[in-house]
Ligand binder design. Structure first.
Ligand SMILES: C[S@@+](CC[C@H](N)C(=O)[O-])C[C@H]1O[C@@H](n2cnc3c(N)ncnc32)[C@H](O)[C@@H]1O
Length: 234
């Protein structure tokens, strides 16, 4: 069980963190001082233009109590605790993340829930140790990683889905031309999120090695700005 992660010396928060995280997202997800400021519901609400609850609910609705769930990366605010609560003590909730500070925060949020496990791992390579997962969720991770990493993450998730298992991807999408937020996001992407525009240009299913082996259901939100894709291994 991976718990009680001690506070680290400042340098150790950077050890083994991939370049795309330190070069692009240091301010948001790696620098421990910034992360302590940003890890709150109000920040997620602001970043998602108040669509946070319905996007989170679109993931939580897919969780069956007592099932085995893997959330591939930490999310600010209370989402991981809510997802773990929905799984409940009859199931298993595993959270991975690639940066030490996010592991520290995720571990703290889940410390009182013994059916949870927090592991420092790359979502592109983490493997379930015992039975496979019933549900695997990527919540706003794909837009933050380079293209080769998107392929690896999507296929690692799909490779681990048993027959009947589901994956949920909640992320950005190409806004409708009449959605004015689209113009704001173009600027944000050019300035801060260099890997996000890819999700405007291609469907998540195109990252899959064998998309035909799965059923893909996409729903968009907020004039196309966001998408939830549910993938079922039929
Ligand atoms: C899920 S995304 C963004 C979520 C959302 N914007 C929020 O409000 O928190 C951010 C997380 O992904 C993690 N991350 C980035 N690359 C990863 C990878 N390859 N495997 C696992 N976690 C990763 C980062 O460390 C960070 O905690």
């Amino acid at each position: 069980m991976t718990r009680n992660h001690p506070k680290l010396d400042e340098d150790l928060y950077y050890e083994g963190v991939p370049d795309y995280m330190t070069e692009v997202y240091d301010w948001a997800y790696v620098d421990p001082k910034r992360v302590r400021l940003l890890d709150r519901n109000s920040v997620v609400k602001t970043l998602l233009f108040t669509n946070d609850q319905r996007l989170m609910q679109s993931y939580l609705d897919e969780i069956t109590p007592g099932s085995r769930v893997w959330q591939v990366a930490h999310v600010y605010g209370d989402l991981v605790a809510r997802a773990a609560d929905k799984v409940g003590p009859a199931g298993a909730f595993h959270l991975t993340d690639i940066t030490p500070i996010q592991i520290e925060h995720g571990s703290r949020k889940l410390a009182a829930k013994p059916w949870t496990r927090v592991v420092r791992a790359d979502a592109a390579h983490w493997q379930a140790e015992d039975r496979p997962y019933d549900l695997i969720c990527s919540f706003f991770l794909l837009h933050e990683v380079p293209e080769d990493k998107k392929y690896l993450i999507v296929n690692n998730i799909l490779d681990q889905l048993p027959k009947g298992g589901k994956a949920v991807f909640v992320d950005y999408h190409r806004p409708h031309p009449l959605q004015p937020i689209g113009w704001l996001l173009r600027g944000v992407n050019a300035w801060l999120e260099p890997f996000a525009k890819a999700l405007w240009d291609r469907e998540i299913c195109t990252y899959a090695r064998n998309p035909a082996a799965f059923a893909w259901q996409k729903k968009t939100f907020f004039g196309g700005v966001y998408q939830r894709v549910v993938v079922t291994h039929a």
